[in-house]
Design a protein around this ligand. Sequence first.
Ligand code: IMP
Length: 409
Amino acid sequence: MKLVVIGAQWGDEGKGKIVDFLARDADTVVRFSGGANAGHTIVHGRNTYKLHLVPSGIVYEDKRVILGTGMVIDPEALEKELEELSTAGVVWAGRVLISDRAHLVLPRYKRMDKDLDTKRAQPIGTTGRGIGVTYSMKSARDGVRVIDAFDDALLAALSQEDRDFLLEHREFFREMMVDVNSYMTDHGDENVLLEGAQGTLLDLDLGTYPFVSSGSSSANGAAVGAGFGPRELDRVVGVCKAYSTRVGNGPFPTEFESERDGDLEHVIRELGHEYGVTTGRPRRCGYLDLVALRYACRSNSIDTLALTHLDIYDSFEEIQVCVGYKVDGRVTELFPASRTAAANAEPVLKALPGWKASSAQARAFSELPTGAQDYVRYIEEYTGVSVEIISVGSDREHTIVERDPWTPS
Ligand code: IMP
């Protein structure tokens, strides 16, 4: 079976935990998009792992992980991350594969990335990991793929700096290189988990352009990024938080505003530890945006939602969710394509009762406080998609699984 897990908001939805949870039943985990801009936190017992490039399945000794074709890989960052995993006691040799068609991030791309962003009239707030420049080089047909690093004629045509960099690093990943399509043909019967990075609203095509990342972070990028044909994908799991966050610039209609919402931004940021894993930047926080979530459900063919951070709302008297936007005096339930409309959209908020009780002990939906159950039901009603996994804490055991996504439909 082939299961896709993607972010249904602006990234940082808690995909790391959900992927880690689902990886238990996978043979191979493939990351299909993005690069070292991502940050996935995984808590395994007393160990916490922070991953940027390596798919989350790495912490299981019996899983193979693949950095897929849709990724952009910084060889230095990969070496560093794998060294850190070794230090943490994770044995990864022979289990990490890299698509020979994935593109490489060169040092000058990182410099260009930061430089370009500072020169933009409205900076995007890039993580500065060279992601946008590498995808631009790829589209311009000037990029360097993993396989190209072993093509000496091609290397000879590169600048001294690029050539030296590739010659310095290529031996590290030579043995990891794989043709993902033929790998998948050979392992056709296995359970493959396709791990997305970032989130739908940061997807180059579906997101809040131009305030997006440059990869295909929606489910639509999963097939090509992981070396499958589109009919191979069995189910799509969308991960969303009980509220919303965003790192970097760009429209965020439900962002907390101190005049309207008091110190909610600060409260949620501290309760939810909302600081970027990659850059440490404080995340912008806001109400759950059901308009955006339904847009994500529809544009990704999401079969089931995994709702995370529900426990963050445990102490609240009342919780607001966004059920529409006011744009130019008119109410809409559609997610706007126009950057100006998205920037000016005012949320239409609906108050739902809080539950003022701990949800952390619940291991089944029926064990959640009634108000929390109602909150989840409201999300399902609005989006038309059932919430089948609920996370009520950072540990593995803080997870309610109403239906296991690996179960065939
Ligand atoms: P870039 O991908 O580094 O160019 O960043 C583009 C935008 O996407 C910036 O607003 C980043 O903050 C945001 N972004 C990139 N990766 C992530 C992520 O993994 N989580 C959340 N935001 C991200």
